[in-house]
Design a protein around this ligand. Sequence first.
Ligand SMILES: Cc1cc2nc3c(=O)[nH]c(=O)nc-3n(C[C@H](O)[C@H](O)[C@H](O)COP(=O)(O)OP(=O)(O)OC[C@H]3O[C@@H](n4cnc5c(N)ncnc54)[C@H](O)[C@@H]3O)c2cc1C
Ligand code: FES
Length: 244
Amino acid sequence: MKNECLITNNEKIAKDIYELTLELEETLAPGQFININVNRPDLLLRRPISISNYENNRLKVIYRTVGAGTKALSKIAIGNKLDILYPLGNGFPLVENKNVLIIGCGMGVAPMLYLAKELSKNNNLTIILAYQNKDYAYLTDAFDNYGNVIITTDDGSIGYKGNVLEYLKNNKLNFDTLYACGPLIVLKNLDLKYRDIKEGYLSFESRMACGIGACYGCVINTKNGLKRVCKDGPVFKLGEVVYD
Ligand SMILES: Cc1cc2nc3c(=O)[nH]c(=O)nc-3n(C[C@H](O)[C@H](O)[C@H](O)COP(=O)(O)OP(=O)(O)OC[C@H]3O[C@@H](n4cnc5c(N)ncnc54)[C@H](O)[C@@H]3O)c2cc1C
Ligand code: FES
């Protein structure tokens, strides 16, 4: 679906990181994303951004300004309308009555908030929020109501000093189901570590063009052949993706 949504907030929440709030009546599911027209004629492709939260007809996304598109987005003022495509992607399947481990790394923290809110209704959650350092840390208190929160930073400026993989190596966590979003190298390591022993779901990124399954520009290699991250994903089961 395509819609022009009113921007009710677009504020900086950490270094190079912004939270954008849009008025939207339809509910979207955790793990789905929207594709944003950043309203600059020279930037033809929409930019995919994950849903971070949805409540009271307000959709929130959190984005890091890495290039021209996200920088243009950060300059659009409250009160303007934004052209978005939604709901896109499959989203996370929601388990019940499990001990769940949620891992968000960097910008991968953003989609885990809505997921944690939904999963906390029927599960026991441990949530790891992993950041480069305290300057890039955001949503650090937002998960407190949903489970036991562990924060890691590469330099130890807040929380555990070390990356999430080091944390998992040095600390035994008891869980049945894993949910994770973050850089490919982290997802790959989690997948190889847990694919034979746990149930789990990983959210992947890919450079996208159409965002709706038509162009095959975003494919990823899986056990069942090439799959479109935008339409068949972005969430894939542990053990599903084939890494080179
Ligand atoms: C399903 C999905 C969900 C996403 N959710 C979020 C989110 O919640 N928050 C967020 O900050 N970002 C998210 N991204 C990444 C976001 O789409 C890109 O950062 C954005 O499109 C960059 O646009 P740009 O014009 O600012 O930068 P560009 O000028 O297009 O690129 C700048 C730099 O970012 C890299 N880059 C661009 N797009 C991607 C991508 N898709 N994956 C990896 N690297 C990329 C480029 O290689 C380049 O180094 C998501 C991507 C996907 C596919
Ligand atoms: S971006 Fe076109 S098929 Fe995924």
